[in-house]
Design a protein around this ligand. Structure first.
Ligand SMILES: [Ca+2]
Ligand SMILES: [Ca+2]
Length: 95
C-alpha cells in the first residue's frame, strides 16, 4: 500500500512537471507547430483579403505556397477572403 502511494506520488509529480514544461515551452510567442495563423496576421495591409503576395510572405509548415493558396482560394480568383480562410480546414489529426 505504501509502495503504491509512493508510485502514485511520483507519477503525479512527473506529470505535473511535464505539464509545466509544456506550458513553459508553448508560452514563448512562437508556436512551433500550433494551429493555423490568424487571418489578420497574414493580411498584412489589412484590406480584408489575402493576396498571394501576402500569403507567400508567411512561412507555411508544409507544402508549397501556390498549392496551399489554391487550396484555400476555393473560388480561384487569386484572393483569399476571410470566409474562404475560415472555411478552409487544414488536414490535421484529431487525437
Ligand atoms: Ca491584404
Ligand atoms: Ca477567392
Amino acid at each position: 500500500m505504501k509502495k503504491c502511494s509512493k508510485f502514485l506520488l511520483a507519477l503525479t509529480l512527473s506529470f505535473g512537471f511535464m505539464a509545466q514544461s509544456y506550458a513553459a515551452s508553448s508560452d514563448q510567442g512562437s508556436r512551433p507547430q500550433g494551429g493555423p495563423p490568424a487571418f489578420s496576421s497574414i493580411d498584412s495591409d489589412g484590406d480584408g483579403e489575402i493576396s498571394f503576395a501576402e500569403f507567400s510572405a508567411k512561412e507555411i509548415p508544409h507544402g508549397d505556397h501556390q498549392t496551399v493558396f489554391d487550396d484555400i482560394d476555393s473560388n480561384g480568383d487569386g484572393i483569399i477572403t476571410e470566409s474562404e480562410f475560415s472555411s478552409h480546414k487544414p488536414p490535421r489529426p484529431q487525437n
